[in-house]
Design a protein around this ligand. Structure first.
Ligand SMILES: O=P(O)(O)O[C@H]1O[C@H](CO)[C@@H](O)[C@H]1O
Ligand SMILES: O=c1cc[nH]c(=O)[nH]1
Length: 241
């Protein structure tokens, strides 16, 4: 057991999906995994292990924001031997080219968080996805009929309710597709631990148009990103099977 995860050694699979919402973790386990069992309920941050197409997979809620994700990611990497970590999150579209329910695959993550500046003595750091996971996810997303997907930068903000909304426009003008709250920390911690990481997000709301989805939809309907993440984790052969 680690401080915030009540799993026995070996109870967490080497490949973990990381939704912010612990109830989305439960929905993913119940919907996509075979023989899923819950290994942790500490603080209500649910974690499950099962199999997908015969591959062991865990799904662990991370909570909202980079400090919360960093707790779970650090314990998973240091104490449970996780080698592949894929965030499956919701995000807000910044660009008019991106619509609600589109999937955004994050090649890299900008941030307003001070976590990396503290880590690197004031220098900036460019958190990027694992290239093989990224390429596999893009291929999987582009082969899904009826799904519009995008690949590029996202913005991992410390604030859901931003005090500086005027900064979203220049972000979009510099290629940032969407805002969420965890990917930058995930990519940084994964790099530091030699772990493969990726963030695949579904657009739950639109910062420009104001369109939004319900809490129930964010918890239980973003299936494409989950299947893309699982396919990327286990390779193109699994996708065909
Ligand atoms: O839906 P999840 O994965 O929690 O992700 C997004 O939703 C939360 C904000 O509503 C933040 O955690 C943000 O990153
Ligand atoms: O962090 C987030 C997630 C979804 N939508 C947003 O606007 N922000």
């Amino acid at each position: 057991m680690s401080t915030h995860i009540a799993a026995e050694p070996g109870a967490v699979a080497p490949t973990v999906l990381l939704p912010g919402d612990p109830l989305r973790a439960r929905w993913i386990a119940e919907t996509f995994l075979d023989d899923a069992t819950c290994y942790s309920e500490v603080r209500g941050m649910l974690g499950f292990t099962g199999t997908w197409q015969g591959h062991p997979v865990s799904v662990q809620g991370t909570g909202m924001g980079q400090p919360s994700l960093a707790i779970y990611a650090t314990e998973l990497f240091r104490e449970y031997g996780v080698t592949t970590a894929i965030r499956v999150g919701s995000c807000g579209a910044l660009s008019e080219q991106v619509a609600v329910r589109d999937v955004v695959i994050a090649a890299g993550a900008c941030t307003d968080s001070s976590m990396n500046r503290i880590r690197f003595g004031g220098h900036d750091y460019a958190p990027v996805a694992d290239y093989d996971l990224l390429a596999a996810a893009v291929a999987a997303a582009r082969s899904r009929e009826g799904l519009t997907s995008h690949v590029g930068l996202i913005f991992s903000s410390d604030s859901f309710y931003t005090p500086r909304p005027e900064l979203m426009k220049p972000m979009a003008e510099h290629g940032v597709l969407a805002v969420e709250m965890e990917a930058s920390a995930l990519y940084t911690l994964a790099a530091g631990h030699g772990v493969r990481a990726l963030a695949v997000c579904t657009v739950s709301d639109h910062i420009v148009t104001g369109e939004e989805t319900s809490a129930q939809e964010r918890e239980q309907t973003f299936a494409d990103m989950v299947e893309i993440a699982l396919t990327a984790a286990f390779g193109a052969a699994a996708f065909k099977g």
